[in-house]
Design a protein around this ligand. Sequence first.
Ligand code: PSV
Ligand code: MN
Length: 431
Amino acid sequence: MTTLIDAGLVADHNAQLATRLEADYEALGGMLARRGQDIEALTALAQRFAVAVPSWGVGTGGTRFARFAGRGEPRNVFEKLDDCAVINELTRATPAVSPHFPWDRPTDAKELRQKADDLGLAFDAVNSNTFQDQQNQEHTYKYGSLTANSSATRAQAVKHNIECIELGRELGSKALTVWVGDGANFPGQHNLRGALERYLDSMREIYAALPDDWNVFIEHKLFEPAFYATTIADWGTSFACATALGPKAKCLVDLGHHAPNTNIEMIVARLAQFGKLGGFHFNDSKYGDDDLDSGSINPFQLFLVFNELADAALREGPAFKPAYMLDQSHNVTDPVESLMNSAVEVQRAYVQAALVDRAQLAELQESNDVLLSAQALKQAFRTDVSPILAMARVRSGGAADPVACYRASGYRDKVASARPAKAGASSSGIV
Ligand code: PSV
Ligand code: MN
């Protein structure tokens, strides 16, 4: 197995922080014990947590105005995997990568799988891309893909999704995520019902190509690129489509894809209740689909999402396993740092949600004790579980402080000289 960050460097880094960490861990352990909670059980829980990294997230993103390239950006899927491996080596919370095709299409899937294996990585859901035209593509997606009026365009988009399934099989993936930007920019542009009927017809063909042990995740998004009526705009449409398609179809919740102030945790509860919660794209936002780092704007919302997930896990048992993935665009930060930070923030919300005494909360709710019910959640959210997360990382072979250790490793400088920027290349990152 190849490691990209020197194990000795990580050990030195951890040794430097050990005294402080142990003191903080002990203090937190004492406080939790007084609340009847076992810090060791929580640390073990944190060690089991995993969230997948989006291959496109390791490139520098941009907006429709500009993209400011970063140093040492990965130029192909192999280099992207290296960056993803660094994130996992230091956080020990991201053992899988979610690839995007055709951006990450390998010439040899076996070679790519071997490379991932060697880096200790697996592949999570594969993503199709029919929201932009590729070079030498026969039919344009300018007016839609799976919903297009043209049957030839729809067939081309269906074929691409089926190719993604094939590639995903070779990589050991078990799910396909379908997000389409299809929609209308002007009233009258679309027959709203007709577009959704065409979407379902196309999705039925894709669904039919799924292996028995696969799922297809339907990702909804309110707007962009369509600014008037997006075909799969909300969780209701996503749920209706997943239901119409069958048991292998589930809904994917990207935290940035809702109207401001939408109660996302309630959507999570609804989808879990009806067995249609497939997975997540975690990120944060202030205004729209900003794709900011997870937990950077509204960490309480992230906690409340995990509070619903903890409730669902208790009700559904081990079969309840939504896919956790990040989906962010890093425009002004080092993508490796942002992704490490986000993985830790999602893990933090997961552990904080486990602090809630669910039996006690149920009693408070039963007796209509509104104030103490709210306080039960607030107390968990206010608890700083950082020592648990750091201890979990150290015990799993990661870094007590992933960003500090990453900076000390000089990885970015190394890749900056090994990966000179290619003129005009922007194969990585969201542009
Ligand atoms: C769309 O905004 C999205 O959230 C989908 O998941 C895409 O696959 C991804 O971003 C990258 O464009
Ligand atoms: Mn997404």
